[in-house]
Design a protein around this ligand. Structure first.
Ligand code: BES
Ligand code: MN
Ligand code: ZN
Length: 513
């Protein structure tokens, strides 16, 4: 990953390939953001004017590169747009900084080092710039024959698409404890988000339940977590009818992974449950062409949970965090579950599978029931669960459902705080009867309208009595098909990791329930 340092150099003295400055949209045109004073001075105090002449407006994500003026030690100045300038006396929003740093880092792919002279008055702002830069610099090249920057396949890097190698945060007070801690947290967090992205981007012929479980075992060893893997034999024996029913059509059998961070001083336990369908073909209810090309992303929930648990360990959080990865591949075959089959789930409930493409709720049901047995203080599941949620909220917001309104509100606020977009969704009880089955306790499908909410109501049936639970449907934001923007690359985004980690931190601090 891109290296990050807090530097005492100023924008005028840093030796690098480029210095990054922020520009914003002011009432009377482009304004240069704090942090860039030395660069502005080198341009005779006319940097804003020069940028305007070059066509810059300060709009979010806008990147303008210009040759440096005399007196600077970098050959290039990169001005990145921060959007609207804040009102007098207010600082720049952390998310604006995160996005701008991401756009700048991406535009500097192929460079060795850049100094970031963005406004970092406090440690939190420095952390936001760090996160944005490290996330924006991300590239996924493991499957490029030219090696493009990672050398993983033993081939030479062609240099062009190598990520920016080093980010120096200027004005970042390297000897200040708070700055150090905040940027160290940002580095661990970004590394874990990028781990989730790598897993999501890995095609399904290179990532199946077994190899995903092996990744969890390797990370657990590296960072001192406890890990247990139930293979198909153990799942069958244990009565995990949901995981087995979804996985039985595939040559690659299912797995349930329990990966746990514990802290000796913890007095709360958080259970995180992730949907880990390494490929969702739809099964016998096969998805049509146009709906299956990106379905390697259907393990994004499990990737987010995995990354968040490892982050909790790396940060040494004073809370127990147990991750449950419900891993299966949903394929059609002679051994696959048929529409109309009845599964007996881990909880003992029976489910009539009306549509084998509603598989996420089946694997989650088993994992949620198993997680409930340990009576955690709260459960949060994360899943690319429904196309309906994408229709409702689009590609940038995830939906939040919960059996506890206060918990739902807390998660919404936490997401907002860490710069993730989300929206609370209702759980209307009247939709439950749509899932009544003539043969089983419940069907895995109900009314088409409000399909995201129906899925949430299904999951609710498998939560242990009295446990606060929230469900994050990340089907929209998990995988980005459009052009990169801010710190969001094409492909896996790592959606929900920041929210989960901050939730763990808040739980550790005793801020919740
Ligand atoms: N993995 C899909 C949901 C999905 C859709 C994720 C688009 C990401 C992008 C899920 O397993 C699914 O197929 N859901 C069905 C449920 C339906 C059959 C009740 C859906 O949403 O159409
Ligand atoms: Mn499906
Ligand atoms: Zn799915």
């Amino acid at each position: 990953m891109t290296a990050l340092t807090l530097s005492t150099s100023s924008a005028a003295t840093v030796r690098a390939d480029a210095v990054v400055v922020g520009v914003a949209k002011g009432a009377k045109g482009v304004v240069v953001a704090p942090g860039a004073e030395a660069v502005d001075k080198a341009f005779g105090g006319k940097l804003a004017g020069v940028l305007e002449t070059l066509g810059a407006s300060g709009a979010e994500g806008e990147v303008t590169k210009l040759p440096a003026a005399d007196g600077l030690k970098t050959p290039v100045v990169l001005a990145v747009g921060l959007g609207d300038a804040p009102a007098k006396g207010d600082g720049y929003a952390h998310e604006a900084l995160r996005r701008a740093a991401g756009s700048a880092a991406r535009a500097l792919a192929g460079s060795k080092k850049a100094g970031f002279a963005l406004p970092v008055e406090d440690a939190e702002a420095a952390a936001a710039v760090s996160e944005g830069a490290l996330l924006g610099a991300y590239t996924f090249t493991a499957f490029r024959s030219n090696g493009a920057g990672n050398g993983k396949n033993g081939k030479k890097n062609d240099g062009k698409s190598a990520p920016l190698a080093e980010v120096a945060i200027l004005g970042g007070k390297p000897r200040d404890k708070e700055f150090k801690a905040a940027t160290e947290r940002a580095q661990a967090l970004a590394a874990e988000i990028n781990r989730a992205r790598d897993l999501i981007n890995t095609p399904s012929n290179a990532l199946n339940p077994k190899s995903f479980a092996a990744e969890a075992q390797a990370a657990a060893k590296e960072f001192g977590l406890k890990v247990e893997v139930l293979d198909e034999k153990a799942l069958k024996k244990g009565g995990y009818g949901g995981l087995m029913g979804v996985g039985q059509g595939s040559e690659a059998p299912p797995r349930l992974v329990r990966i746990a961070h514990t802290h000796p001083k913890a007095n709360k336990t958080l259970a995180l449950v992730g949907k880990g369908i390494t490929y969702d073909s739809g099964g016998i209810s096969l998805k049509p062409a146009g709906h299956n090309e990106t379905m390697k992303c259907d393990m994004s929930g499990a990737a987010a949970v995995f990354a968040a648990v490892v982050a909790a360990a790396r940060l040494g959080l004073e809370v127990n965090v147990t991750g449950w990865l419900a891993l299966a591949e949903n394929m059609p075959s002679g051994s696959a579950t048929r529409p109309g089959d009845v599964l007996t789930m881990y909880s003992g409930k029976t489910v009539e599978v009306l549509n084998t493409d509603a598989e996420g709720r089946l694997v989650l049901a088993d994992a949620l029931a198993r997680a409930s047995e340990e009576e955690p203080d709260a459960i949060v599941d994360v899943a690319t669960l429904t196309g309906a949620m994408v229709l409702a909220l689009g590609h940038r917001h995830f939906g939040i459902m919960a059996n506890d309104e206060a918990f739902r509100t807390s998660i919404h606020e936490i997401a907002e705080e860490v710069g993730e977009q989300s929206w609370p969704m209702p759980m209307p009880e009247h939709l439950r009867k749509g899932m009544d089955s003539p043969v089983a306790d419940i069907a895995n499908m109900g009314e088409r309208m409000g399909g995201g909410l129906v899925a949430g109501l299904f999951l609710k049936e498998f939560i242990g009595e009295g446990i606060p639970w929230a469900h994050l449907d990340i089907a929209g934001p998990a995988f980005h098909e459009g052009s990169p923007w801010g710190y969001t690359p094409k492909g896996g985004t790592g959606s929900a990791v920041r929210t989960l980690v901050r939730l763990a931190e808040r739980t550790a601090a005793g801020d919740l329930g």
